[in-house]
Design a protein. Structure first.
Length: 359
């Protein structure tokens, strides 16, 4: 059994390895101080982490929609010239860069994951243009609450999840401003980074962002259709129990053997191992063996006789990479990573004994 210290270390390594594939913070994007990128280079979008953010730039009108990114810190400017400013004056958790979303005419701001997965959350706030328009009103839009402060105004961000086929799987609403309370003292316009839980969407390939407002006119919404976004958080890896070569100890493995190594992934309260996709299983670089035409060698069995059905997979022994094994003192451990069919990343660890090759 691995020590708690080793399991904790492996959990951090595994979580970092899996989660970094989907986290987007925009901080790796190069910008001069107090500047922004709005797509004027005609590239059509940008990537951060393992997500792609669309951008539609019109060179004739020098206009854009979709996503831009910025590091501007000015929180006092207002109007159209402040469209690239987050009202917080910087990124979430003190970072420099952040994204600006604008719902224009060419298409909605859309974030597309390189690989479909579960997005736990992201952070949003208002940009200066929208914030001060709602706070004070401008030549196009009303002051929220009206002169009396009693008018029930609102500004709503809707995040829609879509699967790999472009079909909607669900949506999440978040109010960037809300003046519908009976007590005016409770009315608010968001001016801090706020966490938006997206786990209810389940597995998604893309997120589309829309805005709506109580302030509409003959040509549509009067409130400036902007928001700021940062730190897209993937669902954390779940640590699970595994048993390499169940029923044996020590778990002796000859890395040059041409056979298979069974690994049991145990079900537990709130986790059904039968939902693990064999194609995603990786044991120190080794995958589940395939028999015939794409039939993975895996079966269901209550290995530990606890009344819960577990999953047993057969991995290709010779593909186990010694460089990917973990060591603590004289003990050697193999880490298993995988994903469930609904996008939950999992990891487990078990001790193995490397046996010498027979000469």
């Amino acid at each position: 059994m691995a020590s708690e210290k080793l399991v904790g270390l492996i959990a951090v390594l595994v979580i970092s390895g899996i989660s970094s594939a989907t986290v987007a913070t925009f901080d790796e994007l190069s910008l001069a101080a107090e500047s922004y990128w709005n797509g004027s280079d005609g590239s059509g979008g940008f990537s951060s982490g393992s997500a792609y953010f669309n951008n539609n730039y019109n060179a004739v009108y020098m206009s854009w929609d979709g996503f831009a990114y910025s590091n501007i810190t000015d929180t006092s400017s207002s109007g159209w010239t402040a469209q690239y400013n987050a009202i917080t004056g910087g990124g979430q958790d003190g970072s420099a860069n952040y994204a600006i979303g604008y719902v224009g005419w060419a298409g909605p701001p859309t974030m597309t994951l390189n690989t479909a997965g579960i997005v736990e959350a992201l952070y949003v706030t208002n940009n200066n243009y929208a914030y001060y328009s709602m706070l004070n009103g401008d030549m196009y839009a009303k002051k929220f609450g009206g002169l009396s402060g009693d008018e029930a105004d609102w500004f709503l961000l809707t995040i829609t999840g879509k699967d790999a086929d472009g079909l909607t799987v669900g949506s999440v609403d978040f109010y960037l401003a809300d003046y519908r309370f009976a007590e005016n003292s409770q009315d608010y316009i968001v001016n801090t980074w706020e966490y938006v839980d997206l786990t209810g969407l389940g597995m998604v390939k893309s997120l589309e962002f829309g805005l709506s407002s109580s302030d509409v006119g003959d040509f549509g919404m009067n409130t400036p259709a902007y928001f700021a976004m940062d730190t897209i958080v993937p669902e954390p890896v779940r640590m699970v129990e595994i048993d390499i070569k169940p029923g044996s100890y020590p778990n002796a493995i000859n890395l040059e053997a041409h056979g298979l190594t069974p690994v049991a992934i145990f079900s537990a309260a709130g986790f059904d191992a039968r939902g693990v996709a064999p194609v995603t299983v990786d044991l120190a670089g080794a995958s589940v063996a395939v028999r015939g035409r794409d039939k993975f060698m895996a079966h269901e069995e209550d290995v530990d006789e606890d009344g819960l059905v577990d999953l047993v997979v057969q991995v290709v022994t010779a593909d186990i990479d010694p460089a990917l094994l973990q060591q603590e003192g004289d003990a050697v451990y193999a880490v298993l990573t995988a994903s469930t069919y609904d996008g939950q990343d999992i990891a487990g660890v078990d001790e193995i004994a490397i046996v010498p090759v027979d000469k």
